[in-house]
Design a protein around this ligand. Sequence first.
Ligand code: ADP
Ligand code: ADP
Length: 221
Amino acid sequence: MNRVNKMYANGKVAVKDVNLTIQQGEFVSFVGPSGCGKSTIFKMISGLIDQTSGHVDILGKTPRDAQKESTDVAFVFQDATLLPWRSVIDNVMLPLEFRNIAHSEKKERAYKVLEMVGLKEYTKALPRELSGGMKMRVSIARALIAKPKLLLMDEPFGALDEITRQNLQSELLRIWENEKMTVLFITHNVFEAVYLSTKIAVMTPSPGKIESMVEVNLPFP
Ligand code: ADP
Ligand code: ADP
């Protein structure tokens, strides 16, 4: 991101003059008070909204082109947002729906990502039969199925109990290592940021700015 600003239609300046360079393979957590512009930055990176000025470049493409032409970028939201009438496996296959890939390969990939998140036994279950932690696993599997190079996660574990959160944190780190993805992660929890990240972007509010980039040098857990 190069000198990126975002002003919403109501005149609210949510993000001001943000410069941000992230190398492939990094795990960067964004921390800062509510309303400081974390989600706004993620929405611009994923092409859901446009910046007002400045440049956003993802692997040489604009966010919209990165979305349109490939499945390089995936987003996991705070609430798992599954389609309630679809089984687990059909939810997971959603990002491949309009892709020219054989159905058998879609299924194979779905089983593989469901195994990665520990849900192989639940392929036929409906979302309402799952706990909150399991729904979050399904939504992570759905993000992984298209083999994204960049995974954006907006407070994915905020609503989970401590044990479930710890399990999913370890799983995410394992997947991040194995798949060599870049992960951008929003959290309110500084301990979570320190535990997971290679770098922490510390944000200040009104208007949203990145105050510092802190390198984390903990040994891999
Ligand atoms: P965070 O994710 O850090 O909590 P957000 O990026 O959601 O912060 O919001 C940053 C600021 O922009 C907040 O003041 C919020 O109220 C405002 N904001 C977010 N979305 C909109 C919108 N669609 N229209 C107007 N203001 C918005
Ligand atoms: P958690 O400890 O993560 O909150 P739950 O108590 O919600 O877990 O669920 C524990 C087990 O019960 C899980 O294996 C889940 O699949 C199963 N389960 C939860 N809700 C339902 C339901 N409505 N119908 C069938 N199985 C359920």
